[in-house]
Design a protein around this ligand. Structure first.
Ligand code: TRP
Length: 362
């Protein structure tokens, strides 16, 4: 069976280093591995509208930001199909049919939906579109017959829900949809990178993100003012590395070779952590090291972005062509689905002949 990847992001803001270690970097590795027959990367604007219905301009503005972020990290339109969700109308149609296979109580139990409802103070009045977005996500995944969905752990409930829909569909209507598997990040620190302020999550509104599109100066400023261990006041004090964002970032980004080049007095991160824990190692030194590591990772991304920014119409062209290609694939799956559901009246010559005979005989 063909190995197919589908994944994507809501265009509600520029992508940050959390997205990068959590998924973007992996996507590029998967793209370059040659292990997949097809890769679809979707800008999930329709899903973004489920909780931003009153702010379409925000979604519209961020399409190009996310596209530039994709291209600048190395997603290559020659190898991966980059497309916009709303431009593939078959996804809506699939969602509509999948809705018959999911109960309201099952959606209410989806942990990600639950916490998002709380976060957005939706309790009293949940928009139906928002409530059902896990179903639309199942449409996204199944439309492309995806076998592999590389996402962060927060998306686990969505993939679970998709798998249930696939199972139910295939049981009721016959083997039609492909069962997808989730592919989680390997590095534990990458599961979720905290904000630079130490808050659990990077979020634009908290101003605690390092964006892929930040300038070198911005990145340096953000790193040098990062939250660390609040009890590590003097250099001599013993410091804590657990829960310390500077060390979590190092867990995510640094490799032994970085020490050889930027901080040769330590062999590796364990040695650096040991010194910090013991006391006698200042935050500034660790932050300067993190800055070097991160700048090295971000420099080529920034350079590539500059190139793509020079020809924005070409970027929209990439998305348009990708969307057309995606639509053709989704149309085939929709045809399979409609046939399985017995709603393919005009394509079913046997049905027409049978009915003609029935009425002809009457
Ligand atoms: N829910 C994902 C996010 O919030 C975006 C998304 C929409 C997605 N449809 C998808 C991810 C299908 C993977 C597969 O970023």
């Amino acid at each position: 069976m063909a190995k197919i990847i589908l994944t994507g992001d809501r265009p509600t803001g520029k992508l940050h280093v959390g997205h990068y270690v959590g998924s973007l970097k992996r996507r590029v590795e998967l793209q370059e591995s040659g292990g997949y027959d097809q890769i679809f990367i979707m800008i999930a604007d329709a899903q973004a509208l489920t909780d931003n219905a009153d702010d379409p301009e925000k979604v519209r503005q961020n399409i190009i930001e996310v596209a530039l972020d994709y291209l600048s990290v190395g997603l290559d339109p020659a190898k991966s199909t980059l497309f916009i969700q709303s431009q593939v109308p078959q996804l809506c149609e699939l969602s509509f049919y999948y809705m018959n296979l999911v109960t309201v109580s099952r959606l209410q139990r989806n942990p990600t939906v639950k916490s998002e409802i709380q976060m957005r103070n939706f309790e009293a009045s949940i928009p139906v579109g928002f409530f059902t977005y896990p179903i639309s996500q199942a449409a996204d995944i199944t439309a492309f017959k995806a076998t592999t969905v590389p996402v962060g752990e927060d998306q686990m409930p969505m993939i679970e829900q998709t798998r249930e829909i696939v199972h139910k569909f295939n049981t009721v209507y016959g083997e039609t949809l492909v069962m997808p598997d989730i592919l989680l990040p390997e590095n534990k620190a990458c599961l979720r990178l905290p904000g630079t302020d130490g808050k659990a999550k990077m979020s634009k509104s908290l101003g605690n993100c390092i964006f892929l599109s930040d300038t070198e100066k911005d990145v340096q400023k953000k790193i040098m003012s990062m939250f660390t261990d609040p009890n590590h006041l003097k250099v001599e004090d013993p410091g804590q590395v657990e829960g310390n964002p500077v060390f979590i970032y190092l867990d995510a980004f640094c490799r032994d070779e970085h020490f050889a080049r930027f901080l040769p007095e330590y062999e590796n991160l364990d040695a650096l952590k040991a010194h910090y824990t013991r006391g006698g190692l200042g935050d500034v030194k660790v932050k300067k090291f993190l800055n070097k590591v991160l700048q090295e990772e971000l420099a080529p991304i920034r350079a590539r972005r500059k190139q793509f920014e020079k020809d924005i119409p070409a970027v929209y062209k990439i998305l348009e062509e990708g969307s057309r290609k995606a639509e053709a694939v989704a149309a085939q799956t929709l045809a399979d689905v409609k046939q399985a559901m017995k709603i393919d009246y005009f394509a079913d010559q046997a049905l027409i002949a049978e009915q003609a005979k029935r009425f002809g005989e009457g």
